[in-house]
Design a protein around this ligand. Sequence first.
Ligand code: BDR
Ligand code: CA
Length: 318
Amino acid sequence: MALSPAPRPVILDGDPGHDDAVNILLAHAAPELEVLGVSTTYGNVGLERTTRNALVTLELIGARTPVYAGADRPLLAARLSAESVHGQTGLDGPLLPSPAREAQELHAALFIIQEVRARPHQVTLLPTGPLTNLALALRLAPDIAPLIKQIVWMGGSLDVGNWTPAAEFNALCDPHAAQIVFSSGVPLVMFGLNATHQAIATPQRIAAIRALSGRQGGSDVGEVVAGLLEFFAEHHRVRYGWDGGPLHDPLTCAYLLAPELFVTQPMYAEVDTSGGPSSGRTNCDLWNLTGNVPNAEVALQVDADGFYELLTERLGRF
Ligand code: BDR
Ligand code: CA
């Protein structure tokens, strides 16, 4: 009998957030992955809340994965937050358990450095928020850049933004940090809005997830995720007239589990740090107009049905 390969070590760095929380759940339903830790940053809401939300999400599935709090603000920019999308708690919507644990003492950036050094060329980072923790780690310990296997980030956009006409929220939160990551030489995959907006959590897709809890022996997870997605849908109905919210962040984890669901293209990309009206824009050189060597694999297409099948099947494992 063929042995299955060793699980791939990953660190989930995010700002939960509805879609970050679903990414945490998906990663924990994947025997292909070994989640070394969940690190948190300010972003959708303040750091204290995102850290609590990471603990709440893990509590829901009884996971004891360590949580590390990181940056509470960007490197230089003024701090933004997205209560208008995620509610005051950052995870508004369903009834959630209270966390029985606390975050570790170690700062998220130091945790990332520690794990990358301990497992050279093995650790994949899955950031789903502003890139401040990663930038801090790369600045504190430049030696880790060649030792990181890959970064798969949700952020940026090949075309328009969602927080300004030019910029996506995670990129806009800390453009300088994002540019440090983009210029680090670490293999980078970018799931920008042009890709994530293809993965809308429609009422039918939410109903399939809710039905997981109705099955014999089904856990609460389907019901809770359905509640999260229904809350998340509201902002997107009002702002864009869509039939639900795009599940941005879980595409990072899904990319590791089923890369065949995605079309990506290597290209040169850099982040506008000018402070002007396009600040935070990820300038992606689709047609190689600059002639620069590609530094990012940019997602272009998502098989949305395939993604929701994967997600629903995996959530059904809890
Ligand atoms: C990104 O911003 C946050 O609101 C979401 O969690 C996602 O990571 C989308 O722009
Ligand atoms: Ca996020």
